[in-house]
Design a protein around this ligand. Structure first.
Ligand SMILES: CC(C)(COP(=O)(O)OP(=O)(O)OC[C@H]1O[C@@H](n2cnc3c(N)ncnc32)[C@H](O)[C@@H]1OP(=O)(O)O)[C@@H](O)C(=O)NCCC(=O)NCCS
Length: 167
């Protein structure tokens, strides 16, 4: 646990110099496979592509990267939608509101780019309780499920949040 209350969280755009720290966060995701290679490739491609439609952010405390999250057009692009991805907070800094701050930044980015939906895919909601509870709390709902997508009982759940009030 941090020794002092986490009061100095800063948010900024992801930069090339953050790659190692962010891949260190990716390595914290409980997964049977090494996700750092695919994540590193994706982040490098984004940095190299001036046309990249999306944003990636880091949260820092005293200059140290303690959280990250991005959004992109994703594999089924629509001009109304961004897909959130790679939301990870350092295990030492969870439940301090870091992910909520990152989400605020992503939503601001999405609204500034005239998007009306944020979507994400989430794996096994029985195992990934923190991620599932976090997204429910932040206004997301499960809008679809592909059963056994990644293997027996490993469903793909799609969560979505409308960014515009329908009232
Ligand atoms: C999910 C994750 C990003 C949440 O980050 P965080 O900074 O701890 O989240 P916040 O502090 O902003 O939490 C906001 C609210 O979400 C809910 N929440 C967050 N973590 C939770 C948990 N472990 N259990 C239940 N609810 C939780 C709570 O309502 C919380 O508010 P509270 O602390 O006032 O009760 C973090 O646990 C994480 O990095 N997990 C591993 C990677 C991962 O699963 N990423 C998501 C992939 S879809």
């Amino acid at each position: 646990m941090p020794n002092e209350p986490v009061t100095k969280i800063r948010l900024r755009r992801f930069a090339k110099a953050d790659m190692e720290a962010v891949l260190g966060l990716v390595a914290q995701i409980a997964s049977g496979e090494d996700l750092t290679e695919s994540a590193g490739q994706q982040f490098a491609n984004e940095l190299a592509n001036p046309q990249f439609e999306g944003g990636r952010f880091v949260a820092t405390v005293d200059g140290r990267v303690i959280g990250t999250m991005g959004c992109a057009a994703g594999p089924i692009p629509s001009k109304y939608v961004l897909w959130a991805d790679w939301l990870i907070v350092d295990s030492q800094y969870r439940r301090y509101g870091v992910a909520s701050l990152l989400y605020d930044e992503i939503e601001k980015y999405a609204l500034a780019n005239e998007k009306t939906w944020l979507c994400l895919d989430i794996g096994n909601i029985d195992k990934e309780r923190a991620a599932y509870r976090f997204h429910l709390r932040n206004g997301f709902q499960i809008v679809g499920q592909l059963p056994d997508y990644w293997g027996e009982l490993e469903h793909l759940n799609i969560m979505a949040k409308s960014l515009i009030s329908k009232e």
